[in-house]
Design a protein around this ligand. Structure first.
Ligand SMILES: *[C@@H]1O[C@H](CO)[C@@H](O)[C@H](O)[C@H]1NC(C)=O
Ligand SMILES: *[C@@H]1O[C@H](CO)[C@@H](O)[C@H](O)[C@H]1NC(C)=O
Ligand SMILES: *[C@@H]1O[C@H](CO)[C@@H](O)[C@H](O)[C@H]1NC(C)=O
Ligand SMILES: *[C@@H]1O[C@H](CO)[C@@H](O)[C@H](O)[C@H]1NC(C)=O
Ligand SMILES: *[C@@H]1O[C@H](CO)[C@@H](O)[C@H](O)[C@H]1NC(C)=O
Length: 130
C-alpha cells in the first residue's frame, strides 16, 4: 500500500513537471517568432525565469499552468506561433495593439478553455486556414 502511494506520488510529480516543462518550451517557441519591442517586455521570457514570472503571463493557483497571456501594446512584431496551442489551460489571450503579421494560427481553435481572445489592432495578413 505504501509502495503504491509512493508510486502514485512519483507519477504525479513527474506528470506535473513534464507538463510545466512543456508549457515553458511552448512559450520559448512562441517567443522565437516574435520580435521584441524597444522596451524589451519579453526579455525575461527565458529558461532561467520561472514560467509564471514571464512578463504578461499569469498562472493558475497551482503555479503550474498558464491561464492568461496579456501582451497588449508591447510594440511586438513577427508572427504568432501555433505552439500557443500547447498551453492547454489558457483562458485569456490578448496580443492587441501590436504589429503582428502572418496568419492567425488555426490551432488556437483547439484551446477549449479559451474564453477571451483579443487580436485587434495588428497586421495579420495570412489566411486563417494556413
Ligand atoms: C533571463 O531573464 C532574467 C530575468 O528573469 C534576466 O535577468 C536575464 O538577463 C535573462 N537572460 C537573457 C539571456 O536574456
Ligand atoms: C491587459 O493589460 C492591460 C494593461 O495592463 C490592461 O489594461 C488590460 O485590461 C489587460 N487585458 C486583459 C484581458 O487582461
Ligand atoms: C481574463 O479575462 C476576464 C474577462 O475579460 C477577466 O475578468 C479576468 O480578470 C482576466 N484574467 C486575467 C488573469 O487576465
Ligand atoms: C481589444 O483590445 C483593444 C486594444 O487594447 C481594446 O480597445 C478593445 O476594447 C479590446 N476588445 C475587447 C472585446 O475586449
Ligand atoms: C504579411 O506581411 C508581412 C510583413 O509585412 C510580409 O512579409 C508577408 O509577405 C505578408 N504575407 C502575406 C501572405 O501577405
Amino acid at each position: 500500500m505504501k509502495l503504491l502511494l509512493l508510486l502514485f506520488v512519483l507519477l504525479h510529480i513527474s506528470y506535473s513537471t513534464a507538463s510545466s516543462i512543456s508549457e515553458l518550451r511552448a512559450l520559448i517557441t512562441v517567443k522565437s517568432s516574435i520580435a521584441d519591442g524597444p522596451q524589451s517586455h519579453l526579455s525575461n521570457w527565458n529558461a532561467t525565469t520561472p514560467l509564471c514570472s514571464f512578463t504578461g503571463v499569469t498562472c493558475d493557483y497551482t503555479g503550474r499552468h498558464v491561464t492568461s497571456i496579456n501582451l497588449t501594446q508591447f510594440t511586438l512584431s513577427g508572427t504568432l506561433s501555433p505552439s500557443l496551442a500547447h498551453l492547454r489551460h489558457l483562458r485569456n489571450l490578448s496580443v492587441a495593439a501590436n504589429q503582428f503579421s502572418g496568419p492567425i494560427p488555426m490551432e488556437l481553435a483547439t484551446l477549449s478553455s479559451l474564453r477571451y481572445l483579443n487580436l485587434s489592432n495588428n497586421a495579420f495578413n495570412g489566411s486563417l486556414l494556413e
